[in-house]
Every structure is written in C-alpha cells, then in structure tokens.
Design a binder for this molecule. Structure first.
Ligand SMILES: Cc1ncc(COP(=O)(O)O)c(C=O)c1O
Length: 382
C-alpha cells in the first residue's frame, strides 16, 4: 500500500467496504467501535430483538436530545434539500469561540467516531506504531491497524485508570500517535488534569497526542480541564469532543476535533468536507452551552450511577471509580450466561475481555432503569 491513499483510491476502498461487508465478517468485527468479547461473539447470534430492551450497552444519554435541540431539528428539516455549507462554517465559528481558538482549528465530523477513523487512517498509513492504554475506546487504533501500524497497549493501573507513567515509557522511536482517553471508556475513570497535561506536553515532543474528551462534560464544571489549551502552541496535540454524550445527540452524529490547521488537513483528507448533516448541525448549535440540560444530565446520571455502585459496594464487587455514565466491574459469572439471562429480562449490557477475565460494562440509564437493572442482575448472578 502507498504511504498515502489518494482520494480515488480512498473512495474505491470505501466502496469495497460498503459493498462487500456482511455484518458478521471478521473485518467489521475488527473495526467495531468497542471490541467484541468472546462471550458476545457466541451470544449475539442467539439474542432476541433489541426493540423494547433497556439499553445499558452504548453509553447513551437517556435524557436527550434536549427540547431546544428537538425544536432546532424540526426547523432544520426545511433546509434538508441544501448542502449545509453555511451552517457548517457558522457552527465551526461558534465552537471556535467556545474553545478559544480560530475557526481554522476546528474539524467537524459525523460523531467524533468519524474523526477517530480519519485519524487512524492518516497515521496508520505511515506504518510504525500507535499507542494507547487498554482497555479504552479502540476505534482509532483499529483503523490504524487495518492500515499499516502496530498497536501497542499499556494496561490500566489497579484502580482501572490510565497509567500515564507507563504510557510515557512505552513511546518508541517509531510511535506515530498516542491515544489518551480521559475520562476513559469502558471504565469512566478520570486522571487529574495536571498529570494528563504533563503527559501531553512531554509525549507531544515525540509523537502526535490524540486526547479524547468525549465524557469530559460529565465532570463538575470546575473539574472540566480540557487539553484544548495546549493546541494553540502545539501542532502535535489534537483534542476531540462529541455531542453524543452529555448533549444526548448520539443518533444525530456530530462531534469535532480541535487541532492546528496543518494537522487537521492531514486528518481531513480521509473524510467528507460536508459532513455532518443539516439536522445534526442544527441540534448541535441549539445544544452547545445549554447549561441547564447539561446540569440535568449530570445530576440525574450521578444519582442513577449511585444505584449501581451502591449495589456493587453492598455485594463487595470491585469497580473502577467512574465519574461518567459507564461502570466496569468483573463479571461475577460466565459472561455469555449474564448476557443471555439479562437479555431475557430485557436488559442489554456489554462484556469486555481484559487480562484473561470477563468484565461487565454497564452504561447508566435512568434511576428507575438502574433500580430494575440491579434487581435483575442480582437474580442473574445469584
Ligand atoms: C471515548 C469515546 N470516544 C469517542 C466515542 C465516539 O462517539 P461519537 O462517534 O458518538 O462521537 C465514544 C463512543 O462511545 C467513546 O466512548
């Protein structure tokens, strides 16, 4: 493969992907946003329809979209026949002002996932290595691996947090990119911003640092210390954020990357210049800075999360100290049985494989959903 795909090659390979992939193909599994565990591989063929189930499997926001976002989407429908050139530039400017950078520092995507994919391709094509903690959200590394890069993984510490010291030591001469996820998925754990900042500053002298801040807004506003402030003086740091989580727009698909224009140019060449859609842009514009809705989500999420963590405390089950809408803990029994018995009771969760063990990853739903979930889970593992 050439070091860089030109646009025609890229469209050809995209076409091949969309035309040729059945959902069960191994490539799709490789590229799935969150890795499929052994338990899930064997269970997914058996599971019943998801339509009426409580979705505690994708870290979604059960309260979104906000009323403001819904109204904006309705209004945007009449512009659905038009490419969103103007709306795109307008939202970039609004985001740039919020982030304290020039609009040329913002790249929009159909979810931050699209930007993770593009970055994985852009840097993966260079060969060498990409580095991250494990487990974490693997989308970027999956794509980098499908190109030409190797993926180096550094285990979390015993509290299920990123081990930034170990990550720093794992950077090699051919490491092209380090992925840092704070707060992390699948654990919800958070490392103090001074440690993350120090890491980003040092690591970026050697390689690109991709700071994923998809869940940052779940923290108290006084604790939301973004790495965006590093970007102005550093072409080797990029930061992604999403409207999928705190704003509850996961299905509308919009997120953004903050980085220096030349760095963004390298990444953007593997994406579409007119993504995302009119509806997503309208919802994002209406949602941005909606402090009331963010506060509501934060407060309700932390009350509902406590239902789960109180249960785990009571059962003396270890878990990572999550400050977001997801909790990871060791599976008390066979993962496939947990998945299928919860499925029968109407609940969806994920099982992750890590260090030769199975782990339950449970997203936080509403307080009532979590009360019903712990009751069902207790019966399943009894
Ligand atoms: C850490 C992290 N980053 C990015 C994403 C991608 O989200 P989206 O594409 O909806 O912005 C997710 C999705 O769960 C995530 O957990």
């Amino acid at each position: 493969m050439k070091t860089q795909l030109n646009r025609r090659d890229w469209f050809k390979s995209t076409l091949a992907l969309t035309a040729g992939i059945a959902l069960t193909s191994s490539l799709t599994k490789e590229l799935m946003a969150a890795p499929l565990s052994e338990a899930e591989r064997s269970f997914f063929g058996l599971k019943t329809s998801d339509a009426q189930k409580v979705r505690l499997n994708s870290n979604e926001n059960p309260y979104g979209p906000s009323e403001k976002a819904k109204k904006a989407v309705m209004e945007s429908l009449s512009r659905g026949n038009r490419y969103a050139f103007n709306e795109l530039e307008e939202l970039k400017k609004i985001i740039a002002t919020k982030e304290g950078v020039d609009a040329s520092y913002i790249l929009l995507g159909a979810g931050s996932g699209e930007l993770l994919v593009q970055t994985g391709i852009a840097y993966g094509l260079e060969g060498g290595r990409v580095l991250s903690a494990y487990p974490t959200f693997p989308l970027l590394m999956n794509y980098a691996q499908q190109m030409k890069a190797a993926w180096d993984k550094v285990d979390l510490n015993e509290k299920l947090e990123h081990n930034y010291e170990a990550l720093a030591s794992a950077i090699k001469s051919d490491t092209r990119l380090v992925f840092s996820c704070n707060p992390n998925n699948p654990t919800g754990t958070v490392v103090s911003d001074s440690i993350v900042r120090g890491f980003c500053e040092e690591a970026s002298k050697k390689t690109l640092v991709y700071a994923d801040e998809a869940y940052l807004e779940f923290l108290d506003p006084s604790q939301q210390k973004s790495m965006v402030s590093l970007v102005q003086n550093n072409p080797n740091v990029v930061v992604s954020k999403t409207f999928s989580k705190i704003y509850g727009l996961a299905g509308l698909r919009i997120g953004y990357l903050v980085g220096q224009p030349d760095t963004l140019k390298k990444i953007a060449q593997y994406g579409d210049t007119i993504s995302p859609s009119q509806t997503a842009l309208a919802a994002a514009k209406a949602s941005l800075g909606d402090e009331d809705f963010m506060k509501l989500t934060r407060e309700k999420n932390s009350i509902a999360r406590k239902v789960l963590t109180d249960y785990l405390d009571q059962k003396k089950i270890f878990y990572g100290k999550s400050l977001t809408n997801v909790v990871l803990f060791p599976a008390p029994k066979d993962g496939k049985k947990i998945l299928s018995q919860l499925d029968e009771k109407g609940f969806l969760i994920r099982i992750w494989d890590y260090q030769g063990k199975e782990w339950c990853r449970v997203s936080i739903g509403t307080q009532d959903e979590m009360k019903n979930f712990v009751r069902a889970f207790d019966e399943v593992v009894a």
